[in-house]
Design a protein around this ligand. Structure first.
Ligand SMILES: NC(=O)c1ccc[n+]([C@@H]2O[C@H](COP(=O)([O-])OP(=O)(O)OC[C@H]3O[C@@H](n4cnc5c(N)ncnc54)[C@H](OP(=O)(O)O)[C@@H]3O)[C@@H](O)[C@H]2O)c1
Length: 290
């Protein structure tokens, strides 16, 4: 179905924050396309979306976003389903301290947490530009991580296990947000980056490489003080859907719509340019529509 209705894409829509974002966007009137790997959870979310807004052509796109080929297929599928995209909210991600390499010979965490977002942004920008006020929201850690990105070893072949495996992908989101926001300035598209807070999701259960004691402690802390996914979804949903969020482009946000200071390291033109160029080289075979 194509036309004047609002359409949103959510990655990680099968669980955690992304699921809550998908449901809230549907409640607010959007047709929702969402991505994840689990067919079972995808079907459950689809049922919930249809309950929220019956008669709307919501869709589950099953894909592994740690693979660029699958990510490109998602972009094709979105283009097949809509000309216009009002919002893209990228939530799919993993917390891992161990580097791993996919069949595409790229580092899995780097691709899932960052490069897929770059490729989808590049592929979806034309559809976002066709919406009256297209919104692109990166749910990551907005300004929380230092610059540990080794541009000479993006696939972490020489790097060691440790928090840097995840941290560098989060910092890459910061650079992507500031660079994309600058590139779309003057268009109707707005790009924002969100740290959702500590949220009661499966993020620690799904994590890789953390010692069991850290996982157990983090899960316990999560149970007591973390936000619910629905509460954490409020800021990304506001940025993705609310008319009052126009003019937020280029900003970083925390929970409860709190605007965060953007660290100088995330605004460095040399780092933004270098990451953009390297990313463009990596995704080039996947940029064209079939
Ligand atoms: N929870 C927190 O406290 C917290 C704090 C800071 C930042 N964040 C960020 O918020 C985002 C969402 O986290 P969450 O807490 O909601 O995590 P979560 O509960 O683990 O959910 C992760 C989502 O990503 C999807 N996903 C994971 N690997 C995928 C893959 N290879 N391909 C496609 N989809 C994949 C999962 O679906 P499938 O299993 O169906 O693939 C699921 O829908 C992440 O980027 C995370 O870094 C979370």
């Amino acid at each position: 179905m194509r036309g004047a209705e609002r359409v949103a894409l959510v990655t990680g829509g099968t669980g955690g924050i992304g699921r809550a974002v998908a449901l809230e966007l549907a409640r607010g009137g959007d047709r929702v396309l969402f991505v994840g790997r689990s067919a079972e959870r995808g079907e459950q979310v689809l049922v919930a979306l249809r309950e929220e807004r019956p008669g709307v052509d919501h869709a589950f796109i099953r894909a592994d976003l740690s693979l660029l080929a699958d990510t490109a297929r998602v972009a094709d599928e979105v283009a097949r389903r809509t000309d216009r995209l009002d919002a893209a909210v990228f939530c799919a991600g993993i917390l891992s301290t161990v580097p791993e390499w996919t069949v595409e010979e790229l580092e899995r965490n780097f691709v899932l947490n960052y490069l897929t977002r770059y490729l989808l942004s590049r592929r979806l920008l034309p559809a976002l530009t066709r919406a009256p006020s297209g919104r692109l929201v990166l749910v990551s850690n907005a300004g929380k991580y230092g610059d540990t990105l080794d541009l000479d070893d993006l696939q972490h072949r020489r790097g060691k296990p440790g928090l840097r495996v995840a941290g560098r992908t989060q910092f890459a989101n910061d650079l992507l947000a500031t660079e994309l926001a600058a590139r779309v300035r003057g268009t109707p598209v707005e790009v924002t980056c969100v740290f959702p807070g500590m949220v009661k999701t499966d993020v620690f259960r799904n994590s890789r490489g953390l010692p069991w004691i850290v996982r157990a402690l983090a899960s316990a802390v999560q149970r007591w003080i973390a936000l619910s996914p629905a509460a954490a979804a409020r800021t990304p949903v506001f940025l993705a859907q609310d008319v009052q969020a126009s003019g937020t482009g280029g900003q970083f946000y925390g929970p409860r719509r709190k605007q965060l200071r953007i660290p100088a390291r995330a605004q460095r033109a040399d780092r933004r340019d270098a990451l953009w160029t390297a990313s463009e080289d990596l995704v080039r075979p996947y940029l064209a529509m079939p």
